[in-house]
Design a protein around this ligand. Structure first.
Ligand code: DP6
Length: 341
């Protein structure tokens, strides 16, 4: 890995410590879709997101000679694919720190993982922070973002808080995220409508590879910088209807890319569509909420505090709605004193 000299203030501890971090996931208002460099995870375009307070991952990491192999448990399970991905990220961090120690990692999500709610974003953000802290590496936020990006694109946003911009960049050191407005800038709400807790059928990592095959992807790329500017302006000026319309149109554009890629992925469940239609109907009656959906079935509804109750009332009797997770804009990750083991 190529780190600019002087950016990493690394003071490795003689004895690694146990470190625990909690990082929130986020919802992309302008989506990251497609990579121009697979290995470095450089995105085809920049993206904008809002960090979500109540959807978080807590991770404890300890490097120690007592571990012969990495021991990784996520939500009390050990899954082969996840094990490999986490262990590869630990390798990046070990290489950067110049150590060979194996680690124990225990991670817990406050929400269902692999269901389109960005658990890889919060998970790899928490892992990057806890592992680097455990080895005594004192990395600046930008370097943490660059490091997290290599494990999962959305994780590079989740090391920040509030409203976040991932500057797509064109090299390792120019592709990172930063907070553009803190959480207190605007009290937006996200009502996450869970319609299905099954794991999504296609992982985002696999999906990114097919973006280019959609005939509409080229048009998306041509227009995306302008869209990012408009979304930033709407957040800055707190223009809710303007933001909502942009976010919903972006979600539909993103799904049109999924539908027209060579694996033609329909990422919606009947419940997803039921919610989308109901939201449109509620808006016509003055309840302002706007949907956005990632690659899972569940729907994020972005709204203002004054509409939150009405949104829930309007949806709670729908046949396919299972539950709601109510959340607001979250802060940057926190270090916790209490460890998971
Ligand atoms: C649709 O960050 O999960 O949620 O880099 O392969 O881990 P990897 O992909 P990931 O992709 C997120 C895709 C998205 C949009 C977004 O969050 O920006």
């Amino acid at each position: 890995m190529n780190y600019e000299k002087g950016n990493m203030k690394s003071k490795l501890l003689n004895h690694p410590i146990k470190a625990t971090f909690r990082a929130s996931s986020d919802v992309a208002l302008v989506k990251y879709w497609g990579k121009k460099d697979e290995r470095l995870r450089l995105p085809e375009n920049g993206s904008i997101s809002m960090v979500l307070d109540d959807l978080y991952t807590t991770t404890t990491v300890e490097f120690s000679p007592q571990y012969k192999n990495d021991e990784i448990t996520i939500d009390e399970e050990r899954e082969e694919d996840e094990y490999r991905r986490v262990s590869e990220h630990l390798d990046r961090i070990r290489k950067l720190a110049g150590v060979k120690l194996r680690a124990k990692v225990v991670s817990e999500n406050s929400f269902p993982k692999s269901t389109g709610l960005s658990s890889s974003g919060s998970g790899f953000a928490a892992l990057t922070l806890a592992a680097s802290k455990s080895l005594g590496m004192n990395l600046e936020r930008k370097q943490l973002s660059i490091l997290a990006r290599k494990a999962s694109g959305s994780a590079c946003r989740c090391v920040c808080g509030g409203f976040v911009e991932w500057i797509g960049g064109n090299s390792d050191q120019t592709s990172f995220s930063r907070t553009i407005f803190p959480a207190r800038h605007w009290d937006l709400r996200d009502v996450v409508v869970v319609v299905n807790e099954e794991k999504k059928r296609v992982s985002s990592t696999a999906g990114h590879k097919s973006a280019e095959s959609s005939p509409f992807f080229k048009i998306r790329k041509e227009r995306i910088d302008e869209k990012i500017k408009m979304v930033k302006r709407a957040i800055k000026n707190k223009e809710f209807s303007e933001l909502g319309e942009l976010v919903e149109a972006e979600a539909l554009e993103f799904h049109s890319i999924l539908l027209t890629s060579n694996f033609s992925y329909i990422a919606w469940h009947p419940g997803t569509v039921e919610v989308m239609l109901k939201v449109e109907e509620m808006r016509s009656k003055g309840v302002e909420a706007y949907f956005t959906i990632n690659t899972g079935f569940n729907v994020h509804l972005i709204t203002l505090p004054k509409y939150e109750e009405k949104v829930i009332k309007g949806l709670e009797n729908l046949a396919l709605v299972k539950k709601f997770i109510r959340t607001k804009v979250g802060e940057e990750p926190k270090e916790l004193r209490e460890h998971l083991f």
